[in-house]
Design a protein around this ligand. Structure first.
Ligand code: AMP
Ligand code: GLY
Length: 431
């Protein structure tokens, strides 16, 4: 079979991991990443294109014999990148604009779950601040969770311990317009308790192929303290997700979600991300995303032994049924190295040392996120999450030990990271 070229759109750690894995495919000639980062450049060719101009991007893809496009972030899907490439007849992975609503609007996702009996936190929705505040006044006590409806780069959710905190969040989002139009509508929902897990699943709208489970670490500090981030680390598999719970996730959540989308004329093809809370009453959906998770993708793809390109293409063309996903039994752990100040304002252009040494540890890959190479050839920081150091080990303790040894090699001014990634899986809370 003729080999093909692949174009990945984006520049984070997830995109580096996708490029790293796709470059290993026997069916892939060349991987391009637009715009990419210093890590993508080690495994692919980075190109500087106007990625929000989908028509010119499609023209470029055609001229470069691209046989599959893989956008990374939700914003591209919500803006209709898939629809634009489809009309140009270039195969592109992921959901069209109307199916991307699942992530683009929390209100849409919550109503879909309510209509189809998919387990999730109970909720109310508001388009007027006064009505939202009256609703809070009518409640006896917190905690509650306040969510801006639209895309807020992971920052639109406030888990409010009491009603005053919830009122303050409502005022910031609706009164002061903290997230602009994304906060014109809000959802207020019941707080769920339990452990969070991430299930990523490929689906072509008929077949569902769950990937290995993983667990993210959203809070910036050890012990899940401090503000939420895009994710400070992840590991795969999540041992708390037993086969029995996984069966429930498939039958009560994944299958009904894919059916619901079909029924409503929004066939979902691509990567369905289910952020779940494992509650005493079974798994419940915290959120859907419509693309690979970051940093979950890094440890998950380190464990994938079968050909990612083949799986993504089959998902795109509606032939997922014939694919067999194979996983290494060895767990993988990713530790994110963040810039000083992140998730608040942070400095850029800090010189990074120790990357070569870190990459020499066995079964270890340093995925680059907010990092770039200067014209002098130095690697400098260029974002909040700078690297995702990822190691695989014979068991989870071995992977954790390995990854933190590699982390020790790397340094830049202001660098910080969590020291307890995967500790929940090493000391389960029931012990
Ligand atoms: P989201 O952007 O919807 O994933 O929310 C971000 C984070 O907020 C989640 O990963 C959870 O840690 C937390 N969260 C969201 N909804 C709830 C809820 N109903 N109960 C408890 N925590 C929640
Ligand atoms: N790690 C969380 C996300 O990708 O949304």
């Amino acid at each position: 079979m003729a080999k093909t070229n692949v174009l990945i759109v984006g520049s984070g750690g997830r995109e580096h991991a996708l490029a790293w894995k796709l470059a290993q495919s026997p069916e892939v000639e060349k991987v391009y990443v637009a715009p990419g980062n210093s890590g993508c450049a080690e495994v692919a060719e980075c190109i500087d294109l106007d990625i929000l101009n989908f028509r010119s991007l499609a023209r470029w893809a055609r001229e470069h014999q691209v046989g599959l496009v893989v956008p990374g972030a939700e914003a591209y899907y919500v803006a209709g990148i898939v629809d634009a490439f489809k009309s140009a007849e270039i195969p592109i992975f992921g959901p069209g604009k109307n199916a991307a609503e699942l992530e683009g609007s929390k209100s849409f996702a919550k109503h879909l779950m309510r209509r189809h009996g998919i387990p999730t936190a109970d909720f109310a929705e508001f388009e007027q601040m006064a009505a939202a505040l009256r609703y809070l006044d009518s409640r006896a006590e917190g905690p509650v969770v306040v969510k801006a409806d639209g895309l807020c780069a992971g920052k639109g959710v406030v888990v409010a311990g009491d009603l005053d905190e919830a009122r303050a969040a409502v005022k910031r989002i609706m009164g002061e317009g903290e997230f602009g139009a994304a906060g014109a509508k809000i959802v207020i929902e019941e707080m769920l308790r339990g452990q969070e897990v991430t299930i990523l699943a490929l689906t072509d709208g008929k077949t569902i192929a769950p990937l290995a489970s993983s667990q993210d670490h959203k809070a910036v500090l050890d012990g899940d303290r401090g503000p939420n981030t895009g994710g400070m680390g992840a590991y795969s598999p999540a041992p708390i997700l037993t086969d029995e719970i996984m069966d429930q996730v498939v039958s009560r959540i994944l299958v009904p979600t894919v059916h619901a989308m079909n029924e409503e004329g929004r066939r979902f093809r691509g990567l369905l991300y289910a952020g779940l809370m494992l509650t005493g009453g079974g798994p419940k959906v915290l959120e859907y995303n419509v693309r690979f998770g970051d940093p979950e993708t890094q440890p998950v793809l380190m464990r994938l032994e079968s050909d990612l390109f083949s799986h993504l293409l089959a998902t795109t063309t509606g032939h997922l049924e014939g694919e067999e996903l194979r996983w290494s039994p060895s767990p993988a752990v990713c530790v994110v190295l963040a810039a000083g100040g992140y998730p608040g304002p942070y400095a850029k252009d800090k010189v990074v040392t120790g990357l070569a040494a870190a990459g020499q540890h066995p079964d270890t890959v340093v995925f680059h996120a907010g990092a770039r190479r200067t014209t002098q050839g130095e690697i400098v920081t260029n974002g909040g999450r700078v690297f995702g150091v990822t190691s695989r080990g014979i068991d989870l303790p071995a992977a954790v030990k390995q990854v933190y040894q590699a982390v020790e090699d790397i340094s830049f001014e202001g660098m910080h990271y969590r020291r307890d990634i995967a500790s929940k899986a090493l000391t389960p809370p029931h012990l």
